[in-house]
Ligand binder design. Structure first.
Ligand code: ADP
Ligand code: ZN
Ligand code: ZN
Length: 670
């Protein structure tokens, strides 16, 4: 007998081993086994299937399975086919998907101890008594979603911030549960799970499981095991990796803040978008899915407009609170008139002061962490840079280090310029640490907290930030894009966007879409209960059309203008993009490789190939990077394109000079 096995390696396909006689009874599909791999190593893999067909290629020596790990399957059969779908679609190996999918503990050779018995959740609450009644507008949206689901399995809920989308989800979840179905609720950001979990736990108690990387390996393996048992969690709330955990009777998938780019994994492979994977899962189970956002991605809105998805709109805030009033401050002008106090305009400080006097709260948004993104010698222009990457080092004042945000390299803060001995080093730009420091000086008695990657490394740390702010112990919350998403705090009346320009000046065709989303979302944190909130939007280029679209909350206008550009210059959703990345240690080899790759791709795809070019950061961790862009119009058969891409890569890697190169694909990059 033979077993085809998934191994956690980037090589394509399954690996065939023979099952020795003494293990015939013990090896089953879905079990982990230990196999020899490579010259000396033993590896743990997963049995995909058993069969009696010897491999066609008789020159291959088939090795024996060494030992088994499990006495029952650790995945459900459908998971293998969904992994295969991901591997095919995102052009990676099924082994890479397996690696990403399983919690660390389940990838080892340790068997999981005896089957746990899970309690029936005793605190399951009687729903029709516990749920708040929907407002007429919410009820209408809820009914329309059901209407739409009759024709489309996927529906997009476009509801302004604080329209009560989450409340609608809760009603839909309740209904799915009452039909004996399971629910997957995806969020883009771990910090959001803590607030949402509190809200859902109040309704669904122990029927709710939470899954993400800030939980321990043990906890994640437990959730996984439980999902295989007879009493799985009915609802799973989690970030992108929760699309991998086993479901038995999935009936509803919710992707909240569906526009968020965090749903896409950048590195390592699989470079999947959890939104797309979730929709694939839903269709496997014949489940309904709901994408929710106040600022939908252009792709999803396009899909809804052309009838691929149902579309439901909710235009008013719950309780009929007005959307926040947005005031733009032209910081170039204010600077010229010498009105700025450092990073802050007088108008921002004034509204903050009023709010704090009334016991209200403030959120300040700056989309960079650290103290200053760059320091520079004011005589010769020298700037400390990462020795391994093509970026300047960020000054972090708390840790007293200069840090590379790409590879983590850190070094001391220089006291003087090594080139000219000058000790006057000036800072360029500013990050959240600087905002925190400066705002402390403006409001010495206020309680100030900062939420960014540096302050949220552990679960306890970000939970503390959220709960302190929710309890009103924190007056001012400073943060990166983390503060822009989905948070619901009742006492926030002021939001300050400190520097809109960094968002608008990105060299990316999505920059305007993303800037609109980020600014509208952070503005949406203000005035969520009774009184209208105020947003102060500071910008040097205050007359950018995107800014007026944000002010007018005019999603349609943003959609229209961006879609015109996308059509004109052939960008998604009018074409599909696959970026091919090449990396190599040697600067000469990388140029040769990129050129040869482009020539080969042009011979297949013609003018659909753009490049090669150097990405904004052209070297990371000592590897030079080039990329080639492939734009495929919808009529191109994808399967054929994928086969050509994989073949091209295989041919290049087989050449001696490129054998140590990395070539990989990013499908539907965000
Ligand atoms: P969104 O998800 O659209 O941003 P939320 O669901 O967070 O909006 O709703 C905003 C606020 O209004 C929340 O605090 C929520 O509890 C409250 N809310 C929404 N709908 C209702 C309702 N039907 N009854 C009572 N409170 C509601
Ligand atoms: Zn100098
Ligand atoms: Zn670096």
């Amino acid at each position: 007998m033979y077993a085809d096995i998934v191994l956690p390696v980037p090589l394509p396909g399954l690996f065939t081993y023979s099952v020795p006689a003494h293990l015939i009874e013990q090896v089953k599909a879905g079990y982990r086994v230990i196999v020899p791999f490579g010259t000396k190593k033993l590896t743990t893999g997963l049995v995909a299937r058993l069969h009696n067909t010897p491999p066609a290629d008789t020159s291959i020596i088939i090795k024996d399975i060494e030992a088994t790990v499990d006495t029952r399957p650790i995945i459900l059969p459908y998971q293998l086919s969904s992994w295969q779908w991901i591997a095919d679609y995102y052009l990676c190996s099924i082994g890479e998907v397996y690696k990403a999918a399983l919690p660390a503990l389940l990838k080892t050779d340790k068997s999981v101890k005896g089957r746990k018995t899970y309690k029936e959740s005793s605190d399951f609450i009687d729903f029709t008594n516990n749920l708040p009644a929907l407002s007429p507008a919410q009820q209408m949206a809820y009914d329309t979603i059901h209407e739409q689901w009759k024709q489309h399995s996927t529906c997009l809920l476009h509801g302004v911030t604080s329209s009560g989308k989450t409340e609608i989800y809760i009603h839909l979840i309740t209904e799915a549960l009452s039909q004996g179905k399971q629910v997957l609720y995806l969020l883009p950001e771990i910090v959001l799970t803590s607030q949402l979990t509190d809200r859902l736990r109040a309704v669904f108690g122990e029927r709710l499981g939470v899954y993400h990387s800030k939980y321990s390996d043990r906890q994640r393996a437990d959730v996984w095991q439980r999902q295989l048992s007879e009493k799985p969690y009915d609802i799973i709330v989690g970030v992108r990796s929760s699309v991998f955990i086993p479901f038995q009777r999935l009936g509803l998938v919710i992707v909240d803040e569906e526009h968020e780019t965090n749903f896409k994994q950048q590195d390592p492979a699989p470079r999947y978008n959890a939104r797309s994977v979730a929709l694939m899962l839903a269709s496997h189970f014949n489940a309904k899915s709901l994408l929710g956002s106040a600022t939908p991605s252009l792709e999803s809105y396009f899909n809804a407009r052309r009838g691929k998805y149902g579309l439901v709109t909710l235009k008013e805030r719950f309780g009929q609170v007005s959307l926040p009033h947005i005031e733009v401050v032209d910081t170039k002008e204010a600077q010229r008139k010498r009105q700025m106090s450092g990073l802050f305009s007088p108008r921002l400080l004034e509204v903050m002061r009023e709010a704090l006097n009334k016991g209200e709260q403030v959120i300040l948004f700056q989309n960079r962490r650290g103290f200053a993104p760059q320091i520079e010698c004011n005589i010769c222009g020298w700037t400390p840079r990462c020795p391994h990457c093509d970026v300047s080092l960020t000054l972090h004042k708390r840790s007293q280090r200069m840090t590379c945000h790409y590879c983590g390299f850190t070094t001391e803060i220089p006291e003087r310029c090594p080139a000219c001995e000058n000790d006057q080093l000036r800072q360029r730009g500013f990050g959240t640490e600087r905002v925190e420091d400066d705002i402390c000086r403006e409001f010495p008695t206020a309680h100030i907290a900062r939420m960014d990657m540096d302050t949220t490394r552990t679960r306890t740390a970000y939970e503390a930030i959220i709960s302190e702010f929710a309890a009103g112990h924190t007056d001012i919350l400073v943060g990166t894009q983390m503060v822009t998403k989905g948070l619901d705090f009742g006492k926030v009346s002021i939001v300050g966007i400190l520097n809109a320009d960094t968002m608008l000046n990105q060299p990316d065709y999505r920059a305007y879409e993303h800037a609109f989303q980020m600014m509208s979302q952070v503005a949406g944190r203000a005035g969520r209960r009774e009184n209208q909130g105020t947003v102060i939007l500071q910008a040097r280029n205050a007359d950018s059309p995107i800014i007026s679209q944000v002010i007018n909350n005019d999603y349609e206008a943003m959609y229209k203008t961006q879609m015109q550009e996308r059509r004109q210059f052939a960008y998604p959703p009018f074409v599909r993009i696959i970026t091919v990345y090449v990396k190599h240690r040697n600067p000469k080899t990388i140029e040769d490789l990129a050129r040869e790759l482009t020539i080969r791709l042009r011979s297949i795809f013609g003018t659909r190939v753009l490049g090669p070019d150097e990405p904004p950061v052209g070297r990371i961790q000592s590897l030079y990077i080039r990329r080639v862009l492939l734009k495929l119009e919808p009529s191109i058969p994808l399967q054929q394109a994928r086969t050509s891409l994989l073949a091209t890569r295989a041919e290049l890697i087989s050449q001696h000079s490129y054998s140590t190169a990395h070539i990989y694909f990013d499908v539907d990059p965000v």
